[in-house]
Design a protein around this ligand. Sequence first.
Ligand code: CDT
Length: 324
Amino acid sequence: MPRILTVAAAQLGPIQLAEGREVAVARMVRLMERAYARGVQLVVFPELALTTFFPRHYHEDRAEADRWFETAMPSNATAPLFDAARKYGISFHLGYAERTADGHHYNTAILVSPAGDILLKYRKVHLPGHAEFDPKRAVQHLEKRYFEVGNLGFPVINAPAGDLAGVNMGMLICNDRRWPEAWRMLGLQSVELAMCGYNTPSLNQSAGGFEAHHLRVFHSHLSVQAGAYQNATFAIACAKAGTEDGCELFGHSIIVNPQGEITAMATSWGDELITADCDLDMCILGRTTIFAFDKHRRPEAYDRITGQVGATQPPKWQAPARNR
Ligand code: CDT
């Protein structure tokens, strides 16, 4: 019997600096209502979905940034999302800033069942940007200031009873999608559905004008499509979009199948629900043929992948003695 799951990426338009969590949550609940009307079983929301993308704002005193962080999940502000999940029988993925009881800060995502159970939690590993104010940048990207590197690895779960029953589910967050190692960590746990929220500016300030807008979207899609194909998994990549605090985020949320094909794509810069029916048995072909890891992987040749961080230079070529 085919295992078909109807999924959605619930792209969010901009959330401005002055807008509180209740504004974002009300919009997200409306998207869940629309998802229910379309028979959706899982809704994926973006990275840091409850507030504006606050790492673009510098706080000299880091403690001041604590106001962007959640200390409980659910909380009074996020309870309507859990209520909507229960009412509509829909699971959801939510990205948010997490402050733990012992004072650690993470860029986090959770998968929540309709009953309100947190089935999976992931803390972002690849944190882009910088830790100190950079006067050369028109817009800061201070993820390295406000977050610690995630300490949960790249977990995948076999989801329990309900619509998700038996589905192998994993997560990446934003910049992680550009790193093949992160995808392979999911692939090595037989992931069938990878969820990834993101906030990506249309302009790469480090590129000195050499990266055109269309390449920003192209690189995002290229990364997700390659990650899905090379690990034989469906992927849902869900953006925050539009002009937020004067900074343009490119949106273009997508759902991708295990062949690496885009099966749905957002076309607006506002709140938008895109959906796809995912036949999870499509994952079998890749993982039993070209990407049958157990038959074809050669970890003994991959020592640099885990043994080294930056790139080294190759040795200079030397002419063999007979040519000298
Ligand atoms: N949120 C996030 O990880 N964004 C990055 C862009 C960072 S630009 C300094 C991304 O890879 O999309």
